[in-house]
Structures are given as C-alpha cells and as structure tokens.
Write a protein that binds this ligand. Structure first.
Ligand code: T3D
Length: 262
C-alpha cells in the first residue's frame, strides 16, 4: 500500500504529478482525489512552474473511481454527482484553465474517470501498451469528469457514442488513429520522451501557451465573430509581453530565444 497517493516533483520548471496507488491501477479514492486536486492547484498557482505532467505509477494510468468504496447495499444511496462536483469537476476545470501546458502521460490502462483525466491534458502521450476504456456504462453510469465533452470533440460523434455505449477497451494505436492521443512511444521510452517534451515546453513563451488554451477551450462553442475578437484581445496582451520582444529579437539576430514566461 502506498503512503502518498499522489507524488509531486519539480525539476527545471516542470511539475510532475504521479498517481500512486499502483496496487489498484491508481483507482481514484477520496484520498487520491483530494491529493490530486491539491497537486493540480499547486502547479497551476506556482509561477515558477511552466509545464505540468500528469502520469502514474505501475502498469496502469488510472482505473477510474475506486469501486471498493461503493457499498454494495446501502439505505443511503451514494451521491455520485456530489463527488463529481466536489472533487473531479474543479480539478478537470483547473487542468484546462491553468495558464500553462499540461501533458498527460498515459502509461497503462485509463478507464472511467481515469480516461477523462487522460483526455483533459493539452497534449496526450501514451505508451504502446496503454489502453482506454469508457467503463461507465458497464456499471450503470454515464461518462463523467469531462468525457462527454472531450470525446465528441476529439473523435467525432459516431466514435464517441460507440465508445461510451459499448465500453470497448481500445489500445494506444487505435486511440492514436482516432485522434485521442498526440503520440505513442514504446513503453520504456515514454517517461523520457514526456520529460523531454515538458522541459522543452517549460522553456517556451508560457503566456503564449496560456492564450492558446484560452482561445481553444470552447472554441467549437463560439461564433467566428466571437473567436476573431477573442484572438485580437489575446494578441493585444501577447504583443506587450517580454517574450514576444525576445522572440522577435532572437529571430532577427539569428540566435536561440531565451523566453522567461513573462
Ligand atoms: O460515485 C462516483 O465516484 C462517481 C464517479 C465515477 C467515475 C468512474 O470512474 S466510474 C468507472 C469506474 N471504473 C471502472 O469501472 C473500471 C473497473 N476496472 C476494470 O474494468 C479493470 O480493472 C481494468 C479494465 C481497468 C483493468 O483490467 P486488468 O485486467 O488489467 O486489471 P484487474 O485485474 O481488473 O485489476 C487489477 C487490480 O485493481 C484488481 O485488484 P486485485 O484483484 O489484484 O486485488 C482490481 O480489483 C483492482 N481495480 C481495478 N479497477 C478498480 C480496482 N479497484 C477498485 N476500483 C477500481 N475501479
């Protein structure tokens, strides 16, 4: 049994958040969810952190909600909606809104809300042996923690409905071909490749990434006119940043830029 359900490490401007209940494929119990929510908020609020990785220990990414915590019979039905509102939803919202990139590094099976967390990343990487499973319908639930938002946008309605209703487990290669995943790496190279990417992103103009997130979050729900206006507003802000001046100077001087995230 792991003492810390979530590990938090910082190196070179990158925070690595590791789900750490490998004995149950990082199933999400209250302790893990409280620690994960706190870790995500900490990374979001720390200006020294310019990229975040979310990954997991052992052979799984996350098997979703810890089903051993659900009583088989109870006079008092479980308040699943309350759990989502209190723990899952704020965390998913923070991942999407934080003004820095989040890379989810899917090292194994991602099921139920574990799959939702995997899909919430700005960049989703997977190991070759990873798999994805909308487990919810198998136990009489509806996909939650953002899956019904992310899936149709990533894979289209036809696949989203089939994945949610049939709850088939798909492998990393299929997830890649569906557009749910940015890249798949051999399992033994996944963490090194993810760290390389996160370190690269932590040295890029962070405010540019923050604006990209703001522009793309919900862009499918806005009109073209609204989107054009949002881009103009964001570009006004970015045009005043140190990193924009540095990027242009570096280009004109034919040297590598030194971005500060300001
Ligand atoms: O009320 C609310 O909280 C609402 C929120 C809901 C959000 C949700 O996520 S609902 C969906 C919950 N998750 C599932 O239904 C998935 C259940 N797990 C599985 O279907 C399979 O375990 C997997 C497909 C994920 C992996 O299969 P496999 O064969 O690779 O591993 P396994 O042998 O089934 O699991 C390994 C161990 O992890 C095993 O324990 P044992 O027998 O070695 O002692 C298994 O019981 C445990 N485990 C796996 N998933 C969970 C779990 N323990 C608790 N909760 C789990 N979700």
């Amino acid at each position: 049994m792991s003492d810390n359900p979530v590990l938090y490490q910082v190196q070179g401007g990158v925070a690595t958040i590791t789900l750490n209940r490998p004995e149950v494929l990082n199933a999400l119990n209250d302790a893990l969810m409280n620690a994960l929510g706190a870790a995500v908020s900490k990374a979001a609020n720390d200006e020294a952190i310019r990229a975040v990785m979310i990954t997991a220990s052992g052979r799984g990414f996350s098997a979703g909600a810890d089903l051993s915590a659900v009583p088989a019979k109870s006079d008092k039905p479980r308040d699943s909606g309350g759990t989502l509102r209190e723990r899952y939803n704020p965390m998913i919202s923070t991942i999407r809104a934080m003004p820095k990139p989040v890379i989810t590094v899917v090292n194994g099976v991602a099921a139920g809300a574990g799959m939702s967390i995997a899909l919430s990343g700005d960049i989703v990487l997977a190991g070759a042996s990873a798999s994805f499973l909308q487990a919810f319908a198998k136990i009489g639930l509806v996909p939650d923690a953002g899956s019904t938002y992310f899936l149709p946008r990533y894979v289209g309605e036809v696949r989203a409905r089939a994945l949610a209703m049939l709850a088939d487990r798909i492998d990393a290669a299929t997830a890649l071909s569906y557009g749910m995943v940015w890249k798949v790496f051999p399992d033994d190279q996944l963490q090194a490749e993810a760290t390389k990417l996160a370190t690269h992103m932590a040295n890029m103009p962070t405010r540019s990434y923050a604006a990209i997130k703001q522009a793309l979050n919900g862009s499918l729900d806005r009109t073209l006119a609204d989107q054009l206006e949002l881009e103009a507003n964001l570009q006004t802000e970015l045009g005043r940043t140190e990193d924009f001046r540095e990027g242009v100077s570096a280009f004109l001087q034919k040297r590598a830029p030194n971005f500060k995230g300001r």
